[in-house]
Ligand binder design. Sequence first.
Ligand code: BTN
Length: 336
Amino acid sequence: MSEEFEQNRVRDELVRLFSSTTEPVSGERLSEALHMSRTAIWKHIKALERVGFEFESAPRVGYRITRVPDELMGGLVEPYLRKDCQFGRPILFEPERTSTNVVANEYALSGIGHGAVVTTGVQTGGRGRQGRPWQSPTGGMWFSLVVRKPCALSKAADITLLASVAVRRALHRIGADVRIKWPNDILLHDKKVCGILAQMRTDGEMVDYAIVGIGINANFSRDALPSEVQPIATTLQTELGTSVYRPALFADILGELSDLYGQLQLGIGFSSVREEWLHHAHTIGRSIRVRLGETVIEGKAVDVDEQGTLLLLDESGSLQRVHSGEVLFTSDEHIG
Ligand code: BTN
């Protein structure tokens, strides 16, 4: 853990130093600022180049940055991150990871603090709900938050519901008219553009910590997704016809999560945003089927209560309360 922390700290500091001036920065100045040898600096510059940064170097003058990638790296996100944001300090970026949820969980087990966020450019073993794989190509936003502030186990469902509200708000601000599919998928033009996977460790009646993994299909074409999910999934780039600047969007999402989880820590959870959730819900009013393990129940989704429970009017006219599960539409459309 400490090696990755140190690498991120140095890379972020280099990005800050280079971004603060249009003049070339000398190897000597970098070496003084970072308290390390010029050879060590050179290795970190090479690592930045592998992430997509480009530099112009002139002998005896130094390096000047000529290309900045839009990765979810601390040095690029920090300028957009609100000072009072409880998430994103630190941001631990690696160009490739198996799964940010798996890594964040390992870090949480070894004691990483509340607010740390694990990010990556590509996931080779991304995980979705129900044990499904989650395709995570270059250009997406793949990240996991470590949420350590205690909250009651009875509020655990709020953690995912609030995350979908946070993502919706931020995506709305960049012009994406997204809707929320219960419990926590984000749809754009009726296709899935974002998935959320929260995993928790409990301690008695409390959530010890939660790992909130969020995957947004951002700057890549829908064609990069496997053919079987293309009819039901999409990307921001495909729907908006343009790329988004991921560090700024990411910082905005973290700010929204910070506000909403701040309320949760005060004991105010989903109930405070229920009206907003309902206003942007995709599920309510539709005839749906919900898979609960091996069982499937069918009916019309009529409401979501203050606890985030889905209320379903079944064929016999009785109201079913669904606490967790997966919504399937009656057309057999399955948003996975
Ligand atoms: C779903 O099935 O809808 C949930 C998908 C969650 C994907 C994200 S991407 C970042 C984080 N790391 C993972 O392995 N999964 C989550």
